[in-house]
Design a protein around this ligand. Structure first.
Ligand code: IMP
Ligand code: MG
Length: 173
């Protein structure tokens, strides 16, 4: 198995520390809810929330995309929803990667309709070259080229989520 590590464990942890500090400052004194999109973002959420020094709540969503052909948005179904009423929270969606941007575009539209106090998106990885919507994250820890990557929560066929770093996926893995 070859491992082409593109972001090391240390680099990830360092950026997460900085992001945790930033969020702690920005949301100090505010009711904060971190919403993680399963499954890919579970490790990022677990590490990020432990670098946040202010009180916060956690929620999980699972969504499925039904995109066909060239449709650029509008086909995301919520399979599992958060249980909080977000009208009482400043919400940060915690995502693993933004690729075409279609999934998050729809999730954000759906959550905005529930009238949160505010809504932002933090993503571990961003692949802007692949975007088909004009979606932009508020916080993005790493911008990467158009590669298929695994590790740190991201999978290929449900495998490699447990790698502590981000690696480019190659067939001979
Ligand atoms: P999109 O932004 O709607 O295209 O989809 C984002 C989702 O596609 C992510 O949440 C991942 O589940 C998946 N995805 C996109 N690129 C990669 C990758 O390089 N590795 C693993 N999963 C990916
Ligand atoms: Mg995901």
């Amino acid at each position: 198995m070859t491992e082409n590590i593109i972001i090391s464990k240390d680099e990830i942890q360092q950026k997460i520390k900085e992001t945790g500090m930033l969020i702690s400052k920005k949301y100090d004194g505010k009711p904060l809810l971190l919403v993680s999109i399963l499954k890919g973002a579970f490790i990022f959420l677990a590490d990020l929330c432990r670098e946040i020094t202010i009180p916060c709540e956690i929620g999980f969503m699972r969504v499925k995309s039904y995109y066909e052909g060239t449709s650029s948005s509008g086909d995301v179904k919520i399979l599992m929803d958060i249980d909080q009423d977000i009208r009482n929270y400043h919400v940060i969606i915690v995502e693993d990667i933004i690729d075409t941007g279609r999934t998050l575009y729809d999730v954000v539209e759906k959550l905005k309709k529930r009238d949160p106090l505010s809504l932002e998106v933090v993503t571990l990885l961003d692949k802007p070259e692949r975007r088909v919507t004009d979606f932009k994250a508020d916080m993005s820890l790493f911008t990467i080229p158009d590669l298929f990557v695994v590790g740190y929560g991201l999978d290929c066929g449900e495998k490699y989520r447990n790698l502590p770093y981000i690696a480019e996926y190659s067939e001979d893995q």
